[in-house]
Ligand binder design. Structure first.
Ligand code: UT7
Length: 328
C-alpha cells in the first residue's frame, strides 16, 4: 500500500513585480538578476493571504482529482509564512473547503516542506491511518522579505500549490531526507522572538528591521544546495534500485536557475529533464514544487507511468528527494 497523486492545483496572485520594479527598490538590474538567478518576475499578494491561496490551490486540486472535500481525511499544509500563529493554516483550509472529516495540521520545513509533507502523507497512508490526503504548500514570502536587501528581495515570490494523494496498491518508493541544524544560521527569520513582557528583555531597535525578516548567506546556501541535492538524488535512486535513465523528470525546488543547472550537470543528466518556472514566480519556498507539478500536469507533460524525482532544499538546513510514478 502506498499513495498516488490523483489531482493537482495551484494559485498565484495576479499582481506581479518584474526585475525593473525591484531595481526601483534596491541597487540592482534586470540583467544581474536574470544572469545570476534566472528570475524575471514574481507574483506578489495583494488581497490574498497564505490561507486564501492554500484554499484555492486545494480546491483546484480536489476538482482535478474529481473528489469532494468531505472525502479528505488529512490536510497537511507546509508553510513558513502563515498569517496567524493559531489556528493553523490547514484548519483554516478545512473550514473554507468544508473538509469536515479531515484531521489538519501544518508543517514547517521551509523549501523542503512540500517533499516532507508528501512523505508524511505517504507514511500515514502506508500505515493504514488515512486514505485521502490533501497536501498543500502555501507561502506569502513577501511578508518576510527585506525589501531593502538586494541579496534576498530579488529571489522570492508568493503562491500556493497542492496535490491530492490517495491510497493505492502501487509499489512504495522510500524517500531520502536530511537536516543539518548546525548550519541553520545560513538562512533565518526570527519573527517569533521572546516578547512576553515578563522576561524584561529589551528588543534592540535594529531587530525590528532585520530579525523580523529573512536573512540569508546566499553563497553558503548556494554551495549547500549544489552539493546536497545531487547527493540526495543519487541516494534516493540507489535506495530504490532505480537507474537514472528511468527518470523522466526531476522536479526541483525552484530557487535559482544556476542551482538547477548545476544539479543537472553533477548528476550527468540532460537539463531537458529539469523543468523550470522560476523565471515567472521566483522562489516560492514550499509552494514551488507543487506549482510546477500542477503546471506540468495541466499542460499534459506528465504521462501515466513516468517516474519523477521531487527534490527540495532550504532553511533548517533541510533537504530531501522522493520518487513517484505518475498515475493520471
Ligand atoms: O530556497 C533556498 C534558499 N535560497 C537559495 O537557494 C539562494 C541561494 N543563493 C543564491 O541564489 C545566490 O547566492 C544569490 C542569487 C542570492 C546571490 O548570487 P551570487 O552569485 O552568489 O552573488 P554574491 O552574493 O556572491 O555576490 C556577488 C556580487 C557582490 O559584489 P562584489 O562583492 O563582488 O563587488 C554582491 O555585492 O554581486 C553583488 N550583488 C548584487 N549586485 C547586483 C549581490 N546581490 C546583488 C544584486 N544586484 N541583487
Amino acid at each position: 500500500m502506498t499513495g498516488k497523486i490523483c489531482g493537482t492545483g495551484s494559485y498565484t496572485p495576479s499582481f506581479t513585480m518584474d526585475n525593473h520594479d525591484i531595481a526601483k527598490l534596491v541597487d540592482t538590474s534586470d540583467e544581474w538578476i536574470q544572469e545570476r538567478t534566472g528570475v524575471i518576475r514574481r507574483h506578489i499578494i495583494q488581497e490574498e493571504t497564505t490561507v486564501s491561496m492554500a484554499c484555492e490551490a486545494g480546491r483546484r486540486a480536489l476538482e482535478n482529482a474529481k473528489m469532494s472535500a468531505d472525502e479528505i481525511d488529512l490536510i497537511l499544509v507546509s508553510t513558513i509564512s502563515s498569517n496567524v500563529v493559531i489556528p493553523c493554516t490547514a484548519c483554516e483550509v478545512q473550514k473554507e473547503l468544508g473538509a469536515v472529516n479531515a484531521t489538519c495540521f501544518d508543517l514547517s520545513a521551509a523549501c523542503t516542506g512540500f517533499v516532507i509533507a508528501y512523505n508524511t502523507a505517504l507514511s500515514y497512508i502506508t500505515a493504514g491511518i488515512y486514505k485521502n490526503v490533501l497536501v498543500i504548500g502555501s507561502e506569502s514570502l513577501s511578508n518576510l522579505t527585506n525589501w531593502k536587501d538586494r541579496g534576498t528581495c530579488i529571489l522570492f515570490g508568493d503562491g500556493a500549490g497542492a496535490a491530492v494523494v490517495k491510497a493505492c496498491d502501487q509499489k512504495t518508493y522510500i524517500p531520502v531526507t536530511h537536516s543539518d541544524g548546525a548550519s541553520g544560521e545560513a538562512l533565518k527569520c526570527s519573527s517569533r522572538y521572546d516578547r512576553n513582557g515578563l522576561t524584561k528583555k529589551v528588543i534592540p531597535e535594529e531587530w525590528m528591521d532585520n530579525r523580523y525578516l529573512m536573512q540569508m548567506d546566499g553563497r553558503a546556501v548556494f554551495k549547500f544546495a549544489v552539493k546536497s541535492v545531487p547527493q540526495a538524488v543519487e541516494e534516493v535512486l540507489d535506495k530504490n534500485q532505480i537507474q537514472k535513465d528511468e527518470i523522466v523528470w526531476y522536479i526541483l525546488h525552484q530557487a535559482n536557475r544556476r542551482i538547477v543547472e548545476s544539479v543537472a550537470k553533477r548528476l550527468g543528466e540532460s537539463i531537458e529533464k529539469f523543468p523550470m518556472n522560476l523565471q515567472e514566480y521566483g522562489n516560492t519556498s514550499s509552494a514551488s514544487i507543487p506549482i510546477l507539478l500542477d503546471e506540468m500536469n495541466r499542460s499534459g507533460k506528465l504521462k501515466k507511468g513516468q517516474k519523477i524525482v521531487l527534490a527540495g532544499f532550504g532553511a533548517g538546513l533541510t533537504w530531501g528527494a522522493s520518487i513517484l510514478e505518475w498515475c493520471l
